[in-house]
Design a protein around this ligand. Structure first.
Ligand code: ZN
Length: 305
């Protein structure tokens, strides 16, 4: 083990111990309450970096990069948590940045994310340490973890954009070329592919892929068997968060993706968020069962009064 891997392993072990002592379903806050962590027990971790609303004067406005929020994505992450709780009696992990994107963009490298503000930098570190801790706790408990980074897009085509850290140009290749180049090894499903083998293209966009499971439930998605390639349309490939926590070879046993949601019918109203969460919660549990042989089992009995 080289020095960097050793340090990463030590930091993750400490983060896992810290996360494992927390009570599932309870909310924990970082300094100034800018980062919220809903502790969990399922192998699912939802993060919402762009749904915050706080604009404290102690942090200057960011002057470059994207500063618009992803409307209602914090609420969408909470709806996903609520659906899974109703389905399984168990809590998913949820990590939320309460800072408006004008103050901090946690889905960017530190320099672009915080643009020199010490307070924003501290929050960025807390946000990613919280995600790492939740993932490490899930790995310690289940042997794997699955990260879903929740976003909203305003692209013309109303479909989910599934970001596996693969760019449109990579997804636009044929299945044969995709597999010959072993592009799946660069993706956020690299660990899953290492344990399951087979065609990387099939794993990313074949039958039973997450895109397929969403499409079967009435939500168009790219990549999927129905829409395998973004083509020349605008497409979000997955940003800093999923690349750092799921695609980096230093993070083993963690997979995931960035889900970019269109607004109408998905995140515009509470009713539509709940309906989408029902489809997504079902799809994710089917996926975990088929791909990781994971099932939550019977719901735990309620605590005695
Ligand atoms: Zn976003």
């Amino acid at each position: 083990m080289n020095r960097r891997r050793f340090l990463v392993a030590a930091v993750l072990a400490a983060a896992a111990r810290a996360a494992a002592t927390k009570i599932p379903g309870q909310a924990y806050f970082g300094s100034e309450r800018y980062v919220e962590y809903l502790a969990g027990e399922l192998p699912l971790v939802f993060s919402a970096p762009h749904g915050g609303r706080l604009r404290p004067e102690s942090i200057p406005d960011r002057t470059s990069g994207v500063t618009d929020a992803d409307a209602n994505t914090q609420e969408l992450a909470r709806a996903l948590h609520a659906d899974l709780l109703a389905r399984t009696g168990r809590h998913a992990h949820v990590v939320i940045s309460h800072l408006h994107r004008r103050k901090l963009d946690p889905n960017r490298e530190l320099a672009e994310a915080a643009q020199g503000s010490a307070v924003a930098e501290k929050t960025w570190h807390e946000y990613h340490a919280t995600i790492a801790g939740a993932l490490a706790a899930a790995v310690a408990r289940h042997g794997f973890a699955f990260l879903v980074d929740v976003h909203g897009h305003a692209h013309p085509i109303p479909r989910l954009e599934l970001g596996y850290a693969l760019a449109a140009a990579q997804l636009n290749q044929s299945d044969a070329a995709f597999d010959t180049s072993e592009l799946v090894k660069l993706s956020t499903l690299r660990d899953l592919h290492a344990r399951s083998g087979g065609s990387g293209a099939a794993l990313i966009r074949g039958p039973g892929s997450l895109g397929d499971l969403f499409a079967q439930r009435g939500y168009r998605a790219v990549p999927s068997p129905q829409e395998p390639q973004p083509g020349q349309n605008p497409f979000f490939a997955g940003g800093y968060t999923v690349r750092r926590h799921a695609a980096d070879p230093a993070t083993t046993k963690v997979d995931g993706l960035q889900i970019e949601c269109h607004r109408p019918g998905v995140r515009d109203t509470g009713e539509n968020r709940a309906a989408f969460a029902r489809a997504a919660g079902d799809a994710l549990l089917v996926y975990l069962k088929n791909r990781y042989a994971y099932a939550p089992g019977p719901a735990p009995a309620p605590a005695a009064p």
